[in-house]
Each structure stands twice: as C-alpha cells, then as structure tokens.
Design a protein around this ligand. Structure first.
Ligand code: KMH
Ligand code: ZN
Length: 276
C-alpha cells in the first residue's frame, strides 16, 4: 500500500515569464492566492521562488519574507520550501541568504550541469556550505537530482554526515542538460536510490515541460511523490496554456484518487517527511 501522495506546487520558478505564461504569479499577493488555490486543490508543499515587481528573479530575503507572510495569511498550514537554486547565474551568497528566514524546507541542488543554454553552477564546496547552513537553521533540505551522478553525490554527503536522514529526494527530469523524463530514467534512479540509501528516505519527481504529466503518473504508481507547477511546465496539454497552478495540481489529485491513492494534507505530509 503506497503512502499518501505529497503534491508539491512550484508556483513561479526563476525562468518562466509572463510573456509565455500570462497567469504566472509574480507579486506576493499573486503568489499567496496561487498558493491557496494550489493547497485547496491538493498541494501540501509550496516550492517558492520570488520575483521583483518587474518579474525579474531575486533571492532578496525581504522579498521572500513578504511572500511567505502573504502565503501564511491565506494558508497557514502549507509547507513552504524556498529555493536556494535561484536563477542561473545568481551568486551563491545570494542563494543562501533567505535561509536565515528559517523556512521549513529548502531546495539543495546536488551538482553542476548544463541547464538549457546556460550552466547551473553548484560547486562541491557550495553544496556543503548550503547543507551546513540548512542544518544550522533547522531547515529540511529537499535534494534536487537532475542526473544519476548527483544521487551519488548525495550518498557521499550522507555518509560524511553532512546530510542527515531521513533524506527527501526530488528527481527533476527533462531539463536540457540533465536526464530526460523517459520512464526508464525514473526506474533507474529509484533503483539506485533503493540500493544506495543507507537510511530512511522519500522521493518525488518533477517532470519538465512535456514530461510533467507522464512522469507524475509513473511516480504515482511507483509510490513516489509529485511536483507540478509553472516553474516546470506552463501547459495543461499540448498547445493549451494552463489557467492556473491549481489546475495542474487538481489533475494530479483527481488521478491519484481514481487510482485509490490518498492525497496528503499538509499535516500528513509533515509526518511523512518527518518535519519537526
Ligand atoms: N532555476 C534553476 C536554475 C531550485 O529551485 O533549487 C534552479 C532551480 C532549482 O530552480
Ligand atoms: Zn526551483
């Protein structure tokens, strides 16, 4: 029997634009409304990037604080996971700054990779630095894995005691430069994880672009968790722009219910992820 499904909604991201997705939530007020709708539709975790009013991505803690406060006012129960990935090219100092707000969770990227036409730098020393800061501030990391070598990096850091169990892995599949959302890739990654993890863990998958729905359905039956949202995908189906983040969440909730897998509330998700 699979555990209840944790749905994460990645509302905004750093790369998606209003030009491509007119319904992208940008301001704290818009993000709060989008978060509330997503939680009502079945999301329990909000993966959060913030923007300035002109839409440019930022890691300014004050802006995170504004958005977090606005989200908390509407859905206090939501688990908020801030991004330490930021936008490609952001300095590691700025990426780390919002951790001082002590969010419940934060993303931790486990390696450097080509990211579309750019390079997403994650120096080994910076990964350790972010992991240590998360530990210092009592923030639970979500380990972002874009290809199999990054899983090995996570195992190594866990062995060194830099990452502490239980570990929560997020396979982000479909970024040009990382592994695609081919079904064999998810099977391979989950196989490696089950063999290599020494302690307790949970895993989820975020499919990028056209991979979002197929890998989500695959994770649903394999017992993993799911991330959807405009950060990763702006379409409801081919050629049709999604109306809202909640529309993408709602579809996953519906399929999960059809398959007889319960959707986790934020309280249940906290238990599964062992957030204190
Ligand atoms: N914007 C990507 C370069 C994360 O949130 O930690 C990195 C990213 C991952 O979005
Ligand atoms: Zn992100």
């Amino acid at each position: 029997m699979n555990k209840p499904l944790i749905i994460t909604c990645a509302l905004t991201g750093a790369e998606t634009t209003r030009e491509k997705q007119p319904n992208l939530p940008v301001t704290p007020k818009e993000q709060a409304q989008a978060a509330e709708e997503a939680v009502r539709a079945g999301a329990s975790v909000i993966h959060l990037h913030v923007r300035e009013d002109d839409g440019s991505p930022t890691q300014r803690p004050e802006r995170f604080e504004e958005s977090i406060r606005a989200i908390r006012a509407r859905v206090p129960e939501a688990i908020i996971q801030i991004s330490t990935g930021g936008a490609v090219g952001e300095s590691i100092e700025n990426r780390a700054r919002p951790l001082a707000l002590k969010p419940e969770m934060a993303s931790l990227n486990l390696g450097t990779m080509n990211f579309g036409e750019e390079i997403f730098y994650n120096h080994p020393r910076d990964i350790v630095g972010l992991a240590s800061k998360m530990h210092q501030f009592g923030v639970t990391p979500e380990l972002e894995i874009y290809e199999a070598g990054m899983l090995e990096n996570a195992f190594r850091l866990a062995k060194q005691g830099i990452l502490r169990e239980p570990l929560h892995f997020q396979f982000v599949l479909g970024v040009p430069g990382g592994m695609s959302g081919h079904p064999a890739n998810l099977v391979h990654l989950v196989g490696l994880l089950k063999e290599g993890a020494k302690g307790e863990f949970t895993w989820g998958v975020a499919g990028v672009g056209r991979f979002q729905l197929p890998v989500a359905v695959q994770a649903l039956v394999m017992g993993g968790h799911i991330r959807v949202g405009f950060e990763d995908n702006i379409f409801y189906k081919k050629g049709e722009i999604a109306q809202s983040n909640a529309q993408l969440v709602e579809r996953i909730s519906r399929i999960s219910n059809e398959l007889g897998r319960e959707v986790a509330t934020p309280a249940v998700a906290r238990k599964i992820l062992k957030l204190s």
